[in-house]
Design a protein around this ligand. Structure first.
Ligand code: ZN
Length: 158
């Protein structure tokens, strides 16, 4: 089964490509990995927009997630492939290794220096406390949401 933004819309997450969605207000060309890594302003805006877009909000699974999980339990699905980055299929009971998240997982933030991963709520707390661009507490490098950005992705995954 292949799922995308329409499923998240039901959970109250705006579809990025819909009218009123993030991409109707911001130019996707702005969010390239090159710009994120090279521009403080882009990083600041990325975190700001992520909060505004509801990406950093913990969302509950909706009936589509439960129905999909039920299909999996009944043996009708081998796995779930999703373009979404909120990982709610795992929450409803689809095993971690059966969910393929094509664009990464927004529940994690990764350090571009030491590659350490941090749970999103930890980093979100820093943004909420006024740190406009959170950095790695260990090596002070740039932290980036562990999702696939537009543009060439050359950060080593591990
Ligand atoms: Zn680090």
């Amino acid at each position: 089964m292949f799922t995308g933004a329409g499923v998240s819309a039901e959970s109250g997450i705006p579809d990025f490509r819909s009218p009123g969605g993030v991409w109707s207000r911001y130019d996707p060309g702005y969010f390239t990995i090159q710009k994120f890594l090279s521009s403080h302003e882009t990083r600041e805006n990325t975190w700001k927009i992520s909060v505004e877009a509801g990406l950093l909000t913990e969302v509950e699974p909706n009936p589509t997630h439960y129905a999909t999980t039920e299909l999996y339990r009944l043996g009708k699905l081998d796995c779930v492939t999703t373009q979404n980055i909120n990982s709610r299929y795992q929450k409803t009971g689809v095993p971690e290794d059966k969910v393929f998240e094509l664009r990464g997982n927004m529940q994690w933030v990764v350090c571009t220096g030491c590659c350490r991963r941090f749970p999103l709520p930890e980093v979100l707390q820093k943004v909420k406390e006024g740190m406009e661009v959170p950095n790695c507490p260990d090596c002070r490098s740039i932290l980036k949401p562990d999702v696939v950005f537009f543009g060439k992705y050359y950060h080593r995954r591990h």
